[in-house]
Design a protein around this ligand. Sequence first.
Ligand code: AMP
Ligand code: ZN
Length: 119
Amino acid sequence: MTAPARPDDCLFCKIVAGDVPAEIVRADETTVAFRDIHPQAPTHVLVVPRSHYADAAELAHHEPAGLADVLRAAADIAEREGLTEGYRAVFNTGAGAGQTVFHAHLHVLGGRSLQWPPG
Ligand code: AMP
Ligand code: ZN
């Protein structure tokens, strides 16, 4: 499937393209992962598909294998970061849920005790 065009104003497309610096921790053919600039846990990594989709549901709809790639990357990062106690994988979807960057991204959080339910 042809990936959608990258909007000029998308921060995460710019990180994927290398036009905005980020601390990249993992990259493969379809995903890029980098440390969140405002970490909420000792490990806080964002995994993004290289293709631009506004949110995880759009990614699932248009490129379901890409969604699986993001989740596989998260598991690999958790292993590399030594998150043996577990980790939380979160897609904030929609402004009301706290989504601020409208390029699908999975938060991978770990390294501290994580409350449930989240706030
Ligand atoms: P969300 O609020 O779910 O859309 O998540 C967006 C995340 O991107 C937030 O946790 C921000 O701290 C993070 N963020 C914003 N700008 C950058 C950046 N330049 N590099 C890394 N993370 C960023
Ligand atoms: Zn984008």
